[in-house]
Every structure is written in C-alpha cells, then in structure tokens.
Design a protein around this ligand. Structure first.
Ligand code: PBG
Length: 326
C-alpha cells in the first residue's frame, strides 16, 4: 500500500468515520477506582497531590461507593490506613481492621459492586515495609504467612477479590492455599505480578502513610530497567494461581503490558498509579495541558497496549465523560 493509492487521511475525515474505524474504545466496565479508608466518622480529607481523591471514614466511603456504582463503575480497590502501626502490621489481618470494617459496610449497603482489597502490610507496619523486617532486611518467607492471613480476613469480611501488592516470592501460592483451606476457593486473586520500584508511587505513600522508614523497596519490587523478568514474574504468579495479572505502574511500562498481552491469554490489569494521575492534574492546573483530553489519551493508550482492566484515580472522571458522550 502506498501513496497515492493509499491515503490514510480518507478515513480520518469526519468524527463519524473515525468512530467506525476506531480500534480501541474505553468503556466504563474497564475501570476500577482505588479508594482510601481511615478510622473515624464523617472524615473526608482531600489528598493534596491527588485532587478529587479523599481519605474517607467508613460512613463516607459507603456514600462514595454508591456514587461510583451509580456511574456504572464495576469495581473498587480498597486501601486502609490503620489506627496504629506495629512491626508486624497486625491491623492488616485483624478481624475488625479498617479494611475488614469497610468491606462489611459496603457489602451491607451495595450488592452489585466488585470489592477488591489491597493485600499488603506496608501501610500497617511501623517501618513502612511490605514484610517482616529482621536485621534491617525484609524477610520473604516469614512474610508469606502474614500476607495469607491478611487475604483470609479480607475474604471472611466479604471481599470479592484480593490483590497482593507486596512482591514477596510465593505470596500468590500462599494466599491461594489459605483461601482454599478455608472455603474461599471462589475468591479470585489479582496479583500485582510485575510491580516496579517506582517514583510514581509518591503521592500514594503520602495518602496511605506507607513510606518506608529506612531504605527503599528495591529489594522486592522490580527494577524499572527489566522486561524479560516481568514475564517470569507473570508466569510464576499464574502457576501459583493468579486469576488476573497486573502491571504497575502503567504509562512508563506500556511495553510490558504489550508483551504480557502477546504471551498470555489471561485478563491483564494495569495500575495507572498516583504519580501518573498527579502529573496530569498538576499540568492541567497550571494550564499547561488539557486535563480531560490527556486523561482519555493516557487511559486509551494503556488499553491499546493490551490492558483489560484499568485501575485509575481518574475512574470517576472518565466514567462521567464516557457516559455523557453517548
Ligand atoms: C503498597 C502499594 C503501593 C501502591 C499500591 N500498593 C505503594 C508502594 O509500593 O510503595 C501504589 C499505588 C499508587 O501509587 O497509586 N504495596
């Protein structure tokens, strides 16, 4: 095909024509909204670097989730901020921990929403790491039991899906085993399979108060320079029983999403993280770009790369625009 026989512009002439040949369409069903839950009542505290996102007490969370459901968004991912932290992150797996309370409250008032929980210790540990720390190092195997316990208490509270984000080796298998032994064989696992040690988590750590108090997460999260390793991580999590695999962050890792898509016929989630959201919001506030268009372009790009599910702080904004357009 070559010019002048082939003129690509012929099919770009009008919006209706463009719509006919469009290869990727964002849909509200693709979206999952991350939410932050705190102790207390009537708390609705905006997270500074994430305008429009709040730390919500359980009562406010229920209101928020009703709004999200009304917009047609099928799922939320819950992150908890505990009352107190300790070395072993015990509120993460407490029966009446903040996440467990939040799940019960949502399930009491809304039935048709997929409640996914972040299954991790970092917001609950005094040192801010995602596992058990001994002699200044994050230990892998002693952490697995705590992660599995966390997933189990979340499932017991009514979580529809658990999403381990710690990047310990073997955690998907440990969770699968704990869930199956306790009658939760039908609760799926969305594994943060290829999660990179990223600077783009900055605003989130402020929101969740989950910054490591010493060192960083590079001894467990992936090196941003590696791609083949991501495929090994995905393979491992699938063998251990992951139902959905996630790539995180999204925008700087579109090549990873595309490679996973090419290699595996499984649902792929992409987590467009707090820093990706903050970048667009900040530039839009300064008048340096059109925030709505940038949002839709970024989300479309993530889907085009091969993601089926988009975890994004833009979920509500995007859902509103997508429904208005019909
Ligand atoms: C914790 C966790 C993090 C995010 C989700 N779960 C941060 C981290 O690993 O430090 C980041 C999400 C975001 O930035 O939006 N395991």
């Amino acid at each position: 095909m070559y010019y002048p026989v082939y003129r690509p512009r012929r099919l770009r002439k009008t919006e209706t024509l463009r719509r006919m040949v469009r290869e990727t369409t964002l849909h509200v069903d693709d979206l999952i909204m991350p939410l932050f839950v705190v102790h207390g009542r009537a708390v609705r505290e905006e997270i500074a670097p994430m305008p429009g996102n709040f730390r919500l007490s359980v009562d406010e969370l229920v209101k928020e989730v009703k709004e999200i459901t009304a917009l047609g968004i099928p799922g939320v991912m819950l992150f908890g901020v505990p009352e107190a932290k300790d070395a072993y992150g015990s509120e993460a797996y407490a029966r009446d921990g903040i996440i467990q309370q939040a799940i019960r409250a949502i399930k009491d008032s809304i039935s048709d929403l997929v409640v996914i929980t972040d299954t991790c210790l970092c917001a609950y540990t005094s040192h801010g790491h995602c596992g058990v720390v001994e002699e200044g190092r994050v230990r892998n195997d002693p952490t697995l039991e705590l992660i599995a316990k966390t997933a189990l208490t979340q499932a017991e509270a009514g979580a529809d899906m658990v999403a381990p984000s710690d990047m310990m080796d073997g955690r998907v298998g440990a969770i699968r085993e704990a869930l199956d032994e306790n009658g939760f064989e039908e609760v799926p696992i969305m594994a943060h399979a290829a999660k990179y040690a990223s600077a783009f988590y900055g605003p989130f750590r402020e929101a969740a108060g989950s910054s490591p108090q010493f060192g960083d997460r590079r001894a467990y999260q992936m090196d941003p320079a590696n791609a083949d390793e991501a495929l090994r991580e995905i393979a491992l999590d699938l063998e251990e029983g992951a139902d959905i695999v996630m790539v995180k962050p999204a925008l700087p890792y579109l090549d990873i999403i595309a490679r996973v898509r090419a290699e595996y016929a499984v649902p792929i989630a992409a987590y467009s993280v707090s820093g990706e959201f903050a970048m667009v919001k900040a530039a839009a506030r300064l008048g340096w770009l059109d925030g709505e268009r940038a949002m839709l372009e970024a989300l479309t790009g993530i889907k085009r790369a091969g993601a089926d599910l988009l975890l994004t702080y833009f979920a509500k904004d995007a859902a509103r625009l997508l429904t208005e357009r019909r």
